[in-house]
Design a binder for this molecule. Structure first.
Ligand code: NAD
Length: 254
């Protein structure tokens, strides 16, 4: 199957979790894939599972690093056709325990990075008359959850970036969308389970049961399910899907 026909796709934070599942799906569909991430060991480990993909070191909170990484990606595989803004991080605290430094950290990785990475590829997409910007936001970009105010604010803002961009590029062959997973079975959730377990004294099973209770399907989302939606958005068949924030959460949000 090759419905991406050699399109160059860049996935940030692509060496693990949802990003790795997306990179694999896009490569399997014929895309030429560049994964960007901070950790060379993790990137190498991912490349061993996805022959043909390339990796480039990039810290998406560092504008210089983004500039260099996207320049290198362009030299190696040509202009970027598909950008998946996947890199992200979560920190939790009560609202009153959320200080401006935490808000700045969450905005830097979940929002500012989306703006900077997108602007690194947008001019070439507009010139080519074809492009896909897909941002991995969260259901926390569509509704509130307790104890993650800074993360929720940053993901709401990331969706705002996509919605506004979508209006600017609508007539230029470029689409901009967000996907919004609910709790998904990755290291991010595993780490959160460990933290909450340590902090509250509840068992891991009890904490997990609370997480999945919000999903009407009563389970974690699989990274591959998020990847399937990204794959669809990346193809020609999704040319009319623009400015959407698509929940992948078993019906948790409408
Ligand atoms: P993950 O921790 O496996 O993946 C996050 C990736 O982003 C990691 O590879 C990490 O190294 C990378 N990253 C973090 N900061 C970075 C930086 N400064 N520069 C470059 N890379 C950086 O977790 P995941 O669940 O696969 O998360 C992927 C995306 O999905 C994130 O944006 C996350 O907010 C979002 N998301 C996750 C869930 C979930 O429940 N797991 C739910 C909704 C949304």
């Amino acid at each position: 199957m090759s419905h991406l026909e050699g399109r160059h796709a860049v996935i940030t934070g692509g060496a693990s979790g949802i990003g790795a599942a997306v990179a694999t799906a896009l490569a399997d569909a014929g895309g030429r894939v560049t994964v960007m991430g901070r950790d060379p060991v993790r990137l190498e480990r991912f490349l061993a599972t996805c022959p043909g993909a390339r990796s480039i070191i990039c810290d998406v909170t560092d504008e210089g690093s983004i500039g260099q990484a996207f320049a290198q990606a362009r030299i190696e595989l040509g202009p970027v056709d598909i950008l998946v803004n996947n890199a992200g991080a979560v920190e939790s605290a009560s609202f009153q325990g959320t200080d401006v430094d935490m808000l700045d950290r969450m905005l830097a990785v979940n929002t500012r990075a989306v703006l900077v990475c997108t602007n690194a590829v947008l001019p070439a997409m507009i010139e080519a008359g074809w492009g896909r910007i897909i941002t991995v936001a969260s259901t926390a970009g569509l509704k509130g959850y307790p104890y993650i105010a800074a993360y929720a604010a940053a993901k709401h803002a990331a969706i705002g970036l996509m919605r506004a961009l979508a209006m600017e590029v609508a007539a230029k062959g470029v689409t901009a969308n967000a996907v919004c997973p609910g709790y998904t079975d990755t290291e991010m959730v595993s780490q959160a389970l460990d933290d909450v377990t340590a902090r509250t004294g509840k068992t891991r099973e009890e904490v997990l049961a609370r997480y999945v209770a919000g999903n009407p399907q009563g389970r974690l989302v699989e990274p591959e399910e998020v990847a399937d939606t990204v794959l669809w958005l990346a193809g020609d068949g999704a040319s009319a899907i623009n400015g959407q924030a698509i929940a992948i959460a078993g019906g948790e949000v409408g």
